[in-house]
Design a protein. Structure first.
Length: 339
């Protein structure tokens, strides 16, 4: 939209129209009481390159179209995207995907015990960190490749596809070899080089919202993955920084219906990292289903008190079946079945 100054005359308006028409956009002149606005409908980049701000009589150029292109529901898809991950459908509105598992793979025994518990309760996929982003460089950073092998063993036994984080491009080959879904953590949402690497691995990408990132920024980050030709991107709301410190992060539930309006990509919720407290995970999970999420990713541990990472927010593995049944019941209320 090009807004003219109140003093702009007809010849100046026509000069802008003529210049716009050279790019092939559809031009609509909208005379107002004080000023005239000129709408340019079509390729916004072509218009941005015209340098219209410098023309006589032009006050300002206001982009109306959204900055994210591939993730936007305005473009191409219209229909919500859905994809198959090891026989589980993610997105599309009919299935609710329940990803569960330990924060971090600590040992084969620990991971297999949790994997069996969540598989028996109807989880769709197994999560588990092999390479962990930790706030302190002195905290446990994960077992690395041996953890990926343990996850593969758990997949072999339970049939659950594996979700694990790609922390650093140097681990890309190892992650691609083992993971069914490549997670990009909140702290790396704006690591654009890593997003491009993840986009090229040929695996679905689970993209978590940055701790202080807007939804516009989340969708532009998704565009980095999508532009590599990877259409399988799952967005994840995991809580953001606000003035409130009672919960670990503030779960932005409004993000889910907003994203549903503005993107075709599936959106899941991580109530564990948002809450930082297992007592809140059930209520937040019910809320996520109610506001239209396509699924959840939750942390579960056999012995949370001794977990090496994020114990206070981990659901007890022995309580997981009851939790999953409650989630499934809430998903059914909005017409979804567990994937
Ligand atoms: C995680 O899922 O274990 C994790 C580190 O999450 P986030 O990137 O959302 O903090
Ligand atoms: Mn965690």
């Amino acid at each position: 939209m090009i807004v003219m100054t109140p003093q702009a005359g007809e010849s100046e308006i026509q000069a802008v129209v003529a210049r716009l028409e050279t790019t092939g956009v559809h031009v609509v002149v909208m005379p107002g009481e004080l000023t005239t606005a000129i709408g340019a409908i079509g390729d916004p980049e072509g218009v941005a390159d015209l340098g219209l701000e410098g023309l006589p009589g032009v006050d300002r150029v206001v982009p109306i179209s959204r900055p994210y292109k591939l993730a936007s529901s305005e473009l191409s898809h219209h229909e919500p995207s859905s994809f198959d991950i090891g026989g589980r459908t993610v997105g599309g509105g009919a299935t609710f995907c329940l990803i569960a598992g330990p924060c971090t793979v600590e040992s084969a025994d620990q991971t297999l015990a949790v994997a069996r518990a969540v598989a028996a309760a109807g989880a769709s996929m197994l999560r588990g960190g092999a390479f962990k982003p930790r706030t302190s460089p002195f905290a446990f950073k994960g077992l690395g490749v041996p953890a990926l092998e343990i996850l593969a063993q758990a997949r072999e036994e339970t049939g659950l596809p594996i979700v694990t984080e790609l922390l650093d491009a140097q681990h890309a080959d190892a992650i691609a070899q083992y993971a069914d879904v490549v997670q990009i953590g909140a702290r790396n949402m704006q690591n654009y080089a890593l997003l491009e690497v993840a986009g090229r691995l040929g695996k679905p990408v689970l993209l978590k919202r940055g701790l202080s990132s807007s939804l516009d920024e989340l969708l532009q980050a998704a565009d980095y993955v999508l532009k590599e030709g990877n259409e399988a991107v799952i967005l994840c709301e995991r809580g953001i920084r606000t003035f409130e410190t009672a919960t670990r992060f503030t779960l932005d539930l409004g993000a889910i219906p907003w994203l549903k309006l503005h993107t075709h990509l599936p959106v899941i919720v991580d109530p564990s990292h948002a809450a930082g407290d297992r007592r809140l995970v059930g209520p937040l999970s019910r809320a996520a289903a109610a506001v239209g999420a396509d699924g959840l990713i939750v942390e579960v541990h056999e012995d949370p008190e001794h977990a090496l990472c994020d114990g206070p927010q981990a659901l007890q593995a022995s309580h997981f079946a009851a939790f999953a049944a409650e989630v499934a019941a809430h998903a059914r209320l909005v017409g979804m079945q567990l994937a």
